[in-house]
Design a protein around this ligand. Structure first.
Ligand SMILES: Nc1ncnc2c1ncn2[C@@H]1O[C@H](COP(=O)(O)OP(=O)(O)O)[C@@H](O)[C@H]1O
Ligand SMILES: [Mg+2]
Length: 406
């Protein structure tokens, strides 16, 4: 008697924004049935359709979904399709995926953990309980508590939406009086923000892959200019990988491991950020997420290590349950990334022709590239000179965004 063929496992990928092509392609390559749930407004985008077994569209208003309908829709689908995994490809989809897993009892991150990776107040509260170093903060809930916080915490302060990304809606506020007047203006919206002390320093990010509660792969990098200045003052965005085996790298990777364990990321991908305080030289937790870093950080990591985080994450999610996830970087080099808004619709990057240039951004009104070298000083030199040239050749700026819909 021949054994029946094993059932093809199914993964449901949620992307309310256009994201994660390499994940979809890689999941299909692992032999999985790949379903995509996306926004109706992205119906005509050039998704990698040859890797998708089916696409379902959710009516959206500026990418926002009505979750009760989504839950009913996916439950209807689940009458006939057994869904083995659900993944969120964008930050804004993390809680949607969790809600669906909870409802359908699909394994993976549930509501409670998802909240730690989405809500800047929840992640802070949890990190503080776990004894991690974080900037002083207060929930924007009880006015007595806010007053006490302002009395004992010197400014400036940052007031940020709890559930946003890309520095959207973040305000730097100088004085307690100004804080109160901003809160007054926010009215009923204020409890959706968190207030914290501004900690001047350099901002770092660690991008990692996690399985069975262990960080299996992590790369530490440093933003050239802190993202708040980049988005608010209008700057060329740069980041580069940090020196391997330096005290800086060790400190960041160790903090990242402690953080992800404390917040309970069992499996998946994470982009986390830290500030190295100029005042005391120590590292403070800034934020974390259960997603691939945005702003082409994937291309930075791929240049340095040869690994594409999207593709690796799919390999991690779609492996046989009994197989441990193993990952080895293909190379250990250094990489730097630059991205700027461009005055030109199609900026000409052909003059940036050093052999270290390994990737160029192809996007209207944007200029961007990645350099790679076994030498960190070489990456730094190239980044410095290219940044100067970007300001002259392409740079343009727009006012900071205060909502995701802009
Ligand atoms: N407490 C803080 N101290 C200093 N800079 C901060 C602080 N909070 C945020 N920033 C700046 O704002 C940027 C965005 O804040 P972050 O919490 O990372 O939100 P987002 O989700 O928008 O990336 C940071 O990269 C950093 O430059
Ligand atoms: Mg950030």
């Amino acid at each position: 008697m021949t054994k029946p063929a094993p059932r093809q496992p199914t993964i449901l990928c949620i992307a309310s924004y256009r994201k994660g092509d390499a994940f979809l392609v890689s999941a299909k390559r692992q032999g999985w049935r790949v379903l995509l749930l996306t926004s109706k407004s992205l119906e005509h985008d050039d998704w990698p359709r040859e890797s998708l077994d089916d696409v379902y569209y959710i009516a959206d208003v500026e990418k926002r979904w009505h979750m009760p309908d989504v839950i009913k829709g996916v439950s209807y689908l689940a009458r006939t399709v057994r869904i083995d995994r659900i993944v969120a490809l964008d930050d804004f989809d993390v809680e949607k995926a969790a809600a669906l897993r909870e409802h359908l009892r699909v394994p993976g991150m549930g509501d409670t953990t998802a909240r730690y990776f989405r809500d800047k107040l929840a992640m802070r509260t949890r990190a503080k309980e776990e004894g991690l170093k974080i900037p002083a903060f207060v929930p924007v809930v009880n006015h007595g508590e806010i007053a006490a916080f302002l009395a004992e915490t010197p400014g400036p302060y940052v007031l940020k939406p709890r559930m946003m990304a890309a520095a959207i809606g973040i305000r730097k506020v100088a004085t307690p009086d100004e804080v109160w007047s901003v809160l007054e203006r926010l009215g009923d919206e204020q409890s959706f923000f968190v207030l914290e002390q501004f900690v001047p320093g350099e901002v770092f990010h660690v991008d990692s892959l996690v399985s069975d509660n262990q960080v299996r792969f992590a790369v530490a990098s440093q933003y050239g200019t802190p993202p708040l200045e980049t988005s608010h003052d209008g700057r060329v965005f740069t980041t580069r990988t940090v020196k391997r085996r330096s005290p800086e790298e060790r400190a960041l990777l160790s903090f990242n491991r402690t953080l992800l364990k404390a917040l309970g990321l069992r499996s998946g991908v994470s982009h986390s950020e830290f500030i190295k305080s100029r005042a005391d030289g120590s590292y403070y937790f800034l934020e974390t997420s259960a997603r691939v870093g945005g702003a082409h950080i994937v291309d930075l990591i791929e240049a340095a290590t040869g690994l594409n985080l999207w593709a690796e994450w799919a390999r991690l999610e779609c492996r046989e349950e009994i197989d441990p996830y193993r990952v080895v970087p293909l190379r250990r080099e250094y990489a730097g990334l630059l991205v700027s808004l461009a005055r030109q619709e199609r900026p000409d990057l052909s003059g940036y022709d050093d052999p270290e240039v390994v990737w160029r951004l192809d996007k209207k009104h944007h200029a961007g590239l990645v350099v790679r070298s076994p030498s960190l000083p070489r990456v730094e030199t190239l980044l410095a000179s290219y940044t100067e040239r970007f300001y002259q050749d392409f740079f343009a700026s727009v006012p900071p965004r205060m909502t995701a819909a802009e």
